[in-house]
Design a protein around this ligand. Structure first.
Ligand code: CO8
Length: 257
């Protein structure tokens, strides 16, 4: 399907979404939100797809929400329309989503990356929550998700000063899972997604659900939830296949059943 502001394509079992507003450094307007959510939902519903990658350009993953679209919004409209709540739909995608970030991931761009399941950064990546410089604050999860990723002190530093973090600092502080050379970013992210897509989809989905639950509940409840999911995997043919393949020293042939 053709979209206005993104390119959606498949690489084997991987759905690749590339933000494509080069003249605005991939600033996130309402159309980008609609396109990304629609593409993620389409890949989510496609049985041939096991994982997704969201990326931008070499210069910018996304330089934030579209300031020019936002600047004249009236409070009453922002509130009654629950401005940008639509991005939350992306976080309900049940298949894994990897953010592949090169260049600027600022404001809503950093927040979009953090909505994904993990972030692979190019050595050129720069993360920041510069909303304070515009007289506002993060509005797509920056104050909440960044704090969970990097802790209070660094999150406060980023949100209050608006400074940027480079890829090395982002890796050191746990914001990104790995840093790769810029020229290999998309290839590495697609490779990671392809690896995930080769595993048994139900177990991949449960792993994602279990890790995400740790953000929303107590340790005791989370451990119980994880154990119940673990038990339920023994109802799958893929558990029998995966363990038989190990015992027989061969590669498993998962069927997602
Ligand atoms: N919105 C709209 N247009 C943008 C944005 C943006 N966020 N960022 C860049 N652009 C445009 C520029 O206006 C420029 O357009 P034009 O050529 O027509 O003038 C073009 O992209 C290229 O940008 P620059 O010329 O500025 O490129 P530089 O290389 O000189 O600078 C920077 C790159 C440093 C990234 C710079 O563009 C910049 O500072 N951008 C803004 C960064 C920012 O403040 N982001 C936060 C935005 S606010 C936000 O994200 C809030 C999220 C929460 C919303 C949720 C609501 C509920």
């Amino acid at each position: 399907m053709a979209y206005e502001t993104i390119i959606a394509e498949t690489r084997g079992k991987v759905g690749l979404i590339t933000l494509n507003r080069p003249k605005a450094l991939n600033a996130l307007n309402s159309q980008v939100m609609a396109d990304v959510v629609a593409a993620a939902n389409a890949f989510g519903a496609d049985a041939a797809i096991g994982a997704m990658v969201i990326t931008g350009s070499e210069k910018a993953f996304a330089a934030g929400a579209d300031i020019k679209e936002m600047q004249s919004i009236a409070y009453v409209d922002a509130y009654t329309q629950d401005f940008f709540v639509g991005w939350e739909e992306l976080t309900r995608t049940r298949k894994p989503v990897i953010a592949a970030v090169a260049g600027y991931a600022l404001g809503g761009g950093c927040e979009l990356a953090m909505m994904c399941d993990f972030i692979i950064a190019a050595d050129t990546a720069k993360f920041g929550q510069p909303e304070i410089t515009l007289g506002v604050i993060p509005g797509m999860g920056g104050s909440q998700r960044l704090t969970r990723f990097v802790g209070k002190s660094k999150a406060m530093d980023m949100c209050l000063t608006g400074r940027m973090m480079d890829a090395a600092e982002a890796e050191r502080s746990g914001l990104v899972s790995r840093v790769v050379p810029a020229a290999e970013l998309v290839e590495e992210a697609v490779k990671a997604a392809a690896k995930i897509a080769d595993f048994s989809l139900p177990s991949v989905m449960m792993a994602k659900e279990a890790v995400n639950r740790s953000f929303e509940t107590t340790l005791a409840e989370g451990l119980r939830f994880e154990r119940r999911l673990f038990h339920s995997l023994f109802a799958l043919e893929d558990q029998k296949e995966g363990m038989a393949a190990f015992a027989e020293k061969r590669k498993p042939n998962f069927t997602n059943r």
